[in-house]
Write a protein that binds this ligand. Structure first.
Ligand code: ADP
Ligand code: MG
Ligand code: MG
Length: 879
């Protein structure tokens, strides 16, 4: 029978592929092929595909015959093209073996250079080039690299010998070694190889090649590579390609060299070639840092023709790839070769500048520019970050959850008041607490950053820190905090009050000591870029803001209104909390009314100021939500004062306070339930909102339409009840003032029952705002405040990822949202729908909300720019 299946193609010559084949050929291979196609001078070679590396595992981790045959054919081709041969020691073919996955992955196998050299062919190379020092230099490099990369023999064994020879002969640089010295070194290296591997150094070029290819394939599954893929969510079945390429020699003398360059400045984005090179050196010498490379401009004096050729190629490549390129090159006896090109890594500021410039240069569209900017990068731009080199030397103490981005260093203090007074003295402080509560607010504001041992991404510390744009790490369970003894310990490392630590609010890392950082700075390019973002996106981005100051900040960052004003946050200030406490601790409605009137004055003024700041943009105000005991005093002195002021005995008073305590406050007397037991509180708030709106409307000469939001509704009757109370109060206001305005009453959808009965609820609601924090809490039955303790374990064991409080769980909680959207619209097609949970600032979740066709997301002011970019990217993702 005739074989009817054509053998699968596992080997591609550089003349066969293109840049669009990165999945098959790896990034490096695809770009080598592309450059070959463009007619740029590339040493000849071929790529063994990523599919071959996957097959390798099915073949029991060895090269199989069909593959060997294809490699053999490619080799014959390469020998023909180069006029050199693996079998001819007089004219040896030397190659590099370079790994290259589709997604660049540090931690995989490195490159082996000069493969093909043997004790025989090194002599041939010496004769052929008339340069024995060069030949033996190449051989000693090859032995070391092969030993290191293929056999895992530590480099230091070889480097130690090299240093010793240099010391003995009083040489400063490698290239000063003479041929006899290098020959001796080669002999020593071979002995080390034999000692460490138990075999002689392989003397058959083909054998060397196969071993190197197998090593690349195996490196796909080494521990570092697996870990890297896990961290970066890279699938395990992509595999890695191997490139086999004729060597060109930068170490052939003083008219040879090697270098790297970026087509634009990767730190600033400026349009200037930035690079460096070394004369008489090979590949990795530039990065190894043994000799100091020279700036690329110097090449002009040394080899003007290569320099100008390089400029031309750099320009061609950038235009062709329509992006800043990171390029490797080598000059062999005055002849320029390119060895690699890829999109260059860059800082956030550079990324924006380059994208904006490329649009202005007519090279890319605005859409492409938006696609290229990562939301994480934008974070980098908006907040200070630690200096990447300084970080490498820093002593890490532990890791928590990155709750609010930024980088902060300061002295550790364990109580908020101490932090506030430190700020007064001009001392930078980090507030360290087991967890924070309302009373810590002033200290949080005064601090450089906040670290808590407990709590998750929606804990008090996390939410408040994001709200005020403060760097914050929470749930650092490796930390033991003794607030009495004033110590913070990580295992046996103890940090005392006044010691300096640094925290990274993006990664959650905690370090000992101070670390230098780079400032956040928004350039002119940022504004241009964000205008394009706004033009593209359809989802509105509003902010969670609780004070007039928040509103101003949010508007500056591009918020299109306030999607969530949490009224309880207005009561935390010192002068107000007392009235609040007395209101809660009143025994009768009439007594309570006295304090409610005090609160009314304050709230009206706040709302008025916020409406004015918003100047016509919408604001959704949530009625009192948290359990009342959160507002109660804890300090014995304070308890005594309030009891006296209210004319109550201390015992009575404490007894009453006790009666407010709950076993499970998150599921207790909070949200709409407060309004049902104390309708006068809801009425007061409704009055404050409407009166504030009327006043602001008068001042601005335009109507304000407030949105009043009832939290934690699970049953439609709850909403109907409160609505009636509020409407009655508002009717009174209108009557008293002889003036009416338009207002809306809606509800949060955050109790699963509300999502399931959203059609019934929609009949009573003008709008829905999804409170995805509570919906996640109640949907999973995960306590927001305690889940941090075990969710990490869930992630580690691959049970649940990512953290559902961070990124919406599309499968479950997302389905509840989707269901409520459909049910709500089935009753009221135009019902306004938005999200006000923390997910409103998370790019992945925003993509989901965009797909559901929601009208807006609302997030903390400092997340507004990221949310805007994510909303624009969601438009592009939806094809
Ligand atoms: P990496 O992925 O770490 O950049 P490379 O495969 O690009 O690894 O190679 C490492 C170094 O070796 C680079 O400086 C590269 O330019 C150089 N190099 C690779 N192949 C050759 C070759 N065929 N001739 C000369 N130098 C080479
Ligand atoms: Mg490279
Ligand atoms: Mg809630």
């Amino acid at each position: 029978m005739e074989a009817i299946t054509k053998a699968k193609k596992f080997v591609y010559d550089f003349t066969e592929g293109s840049k669009d084949q990165a999945t098959l050929l790896g990034g490096k291979g695809a770009n080598l092929a592309e450059m070959t196609r463009l007619g740029i001078q590339i040493p000849e070679g071929f790529t063994i595909t990523t599919e071959a590396s996957i097959q390798f595992y099915q073949e029991g981790k060895q090269l199989w015959d069909a593959l060997k045959e294809q490699i053999e054919n490619a080799l014959i081709d390469l020998e023909r093209k180069t006029g050199k041969s693996f079998d001819d020691p007089k004219k040896p073919l030397l190659v590099s073996v370079r790994s290259g996955a589709a997604i660049s992955m540090p931690g995989m196998m490195d490159t082996v250079l000069n493969l093909g050299l043997t004790t025989e062919s090194v002599k041939g190379l010496a004769v052929q080039t008339g340069n024995p020092a060069f030949a033996y230099d190449s051989y000693r490099r090859f032995i070391q690299m092969f030993a290191d990369v293929v056999k895992g023999v530590p480099r230091v064994f070889f480097e130690r010998e090299l240093e010793q020879v240099k010391a003995v002969h009083q040489l400063e640089f490698d290239y000063q070694l003479t041929a006899p010295q290098l020959m001796d070194l080669v002999t020593t290296y071979q002995k080390i190889y034999q000692r460490e591997t138990g075999e002689a150094f392989p003397q058959v070029p083909r054998e060397q090649l196969y071993q190197a290819v197998e090593a690349v394939f195996r490196s796909w599954n080494n521990e570092r590579a697996i870990l890297y893929r896990e961290l970066h969510h890279i699938p395990d079945d992509l595999g890695t390609a191997v490139n086999v390429q004729r060597m060109v020699f930068g170490n052939l003398g003083n008219d040879s060299g090697t270098g790297v360059a970026f087509t634009r400045n990767p730190s600033t984005g400026d349009k200037e070639l930035l690079g460096e090179f070394l004369i008489n050196a090979q590949g990795e010498d530039v990065v190894a840092g043994i000799r100091t490379p020279r700036p690329i401009k110097d090449l002009e004096r040394l080899d003007s023709s290569s320099y100008h050729q390089f400029l031309e190629i750099a320009r061609t490549l950038e235009n062709h790839y329509e992006d800043m390129q990171d390029i490797e090159f080598t000059i062999e006896s005055g002849k320029l070769y390119l060895l690699q090109t890829r999109s260059g890594k860059r800082t956030a500021a550079a990324a924006i500048k380059i994208a904006v410039d490329l649009v202005h240069e007519g090279k890319i569209t605005k859409e492409v520019a938006i696609k290229r900017i990562d939301t994480k990068q934008l974070d980098q731009l908006l907040h200070p970050t630690f200096d990447p080199t300084a970080i490498q030397q820093a002593a890490q103490l532990g890791k928590g959850l990155g709750a609010s981005p930024g980088a902060a260093s300061g002295k550790v203090y364990f109580d908020a008041e101490r932090v506030a007074s430190a700020k007064h003295e001009g001392i930078k402080a980090i507030l360290v607490r087991k967890e924070t509560s309302a009373e810590d607010l002033a200290g949080m504001v005064s601090s450089e950053g906040i670290l808590t041992a407990r709590g998750g991404l929606t804990s008090h510390a996390a939410v408040v820190a994001r709200g005020i744009g403060k760097c914050c790490v929470v749930g650092c369970s490796a930390a033991t905090i003794d607030e009495e003894a004033k110590t913070l310990s990580f295992g046996n490392q103890v940090i005392y009050e006044g010691d300096i630590i640094s925290i990274d609010g993006a990664s959650g890392d905690v370090y000992r000591g101070r670390i230098s950082k780079t400032k956040a700075q928004l350039t002119g390019d940022y504004d241009a870029f964000m205008t394009w973002v706004n033009d593209l996106k359809t989802l509105k981005v509003k902010a969670n803001a609780d004070t007039p100051k928040d509103v101003i900040q949010a508007l500056k960052l591009g918020a299109e209104g306030v999607g969530l004003c949490r009224t309880e946050h207005m009561f935390f200030q010192k002068d107000r909390i007392k009235s609040m406490r007395k209101m809660i601790l009143s025994h009768s409605v009439s007594e309570r009314q006295v304090y409610l009137n005090q609160l009314l004055e304050m709230q009206r003024q706040d709302f008025y100021e916020m409406f004015v700041a918003l100047n016509g943009k919408s604001m959704t105000i949530r009625l009192l939500d948290p359990p009342l005991h959160e507002f109660l005093p804890r300090d014995p002195e304070e308890i005594q004062t309030i009891a006296t002021e209210m004319g109550q005995s201390l015992t009575d008073f404490e007894h009453y306070m006790d009666s407010l305590a709950e076993v499970n406050p998150m599921l207790g007397h909070r949200g709409v339930r407060l309004g049902i037991t104390y309708p006068e509180v809801s009425r007061m708030q409704a009055r404050a909102i409407i009166e504030g709106a009327i006043l602001a409307g008068k001042e601005m000469g335009k109507k304000v339409e407030p949105q009043i939001m009832v939290p934690l509704v699970g049953i439609v009757s709850e909403l109907s009840y409160i609505k009636k109370e509020i409407e009655a109060e508002i009717a009174d206001v209108f009557l008293e003032r002889g003036e009416e305005i338009i207002y809306k009453i809606g509800t949060m959808i955050e109790v699963p029952r509300a999502a399931i009965t959203a059609d019934t609820i929609a009949k009573e609601a003008d709008f829905f705002s999804f409170g995805t924090n509570d919906l996640t809490q109640m949907g999973f039955g995960f306590s927001r405040d305690d889940a941090g303790k075990f969710l990490q374990e869930y992630e580690d064991k691959n049970l649940l990822s990512p953290n559902p409080f961070h990124t919406i769980d599309v499968e479950g909680i997302g389905k509840l949202v989707e269901m409520a959207v459909q049910l709500g619209r089935s009753v009221k097609p135009n019902i306004e729908l938005g999200v006000c949970g923390e997910h409103g600032g998370d790019p992945e979740s925003i993509n989901f909300f965009h797909k559901l066709g929601l009208e807006y997301v609302s997030c903390s002011p400092f997340r507004v720019p990221i949310a805007r970019l994510a909303a624009a990217k969601a438009v592009l993702a939806k094809v």
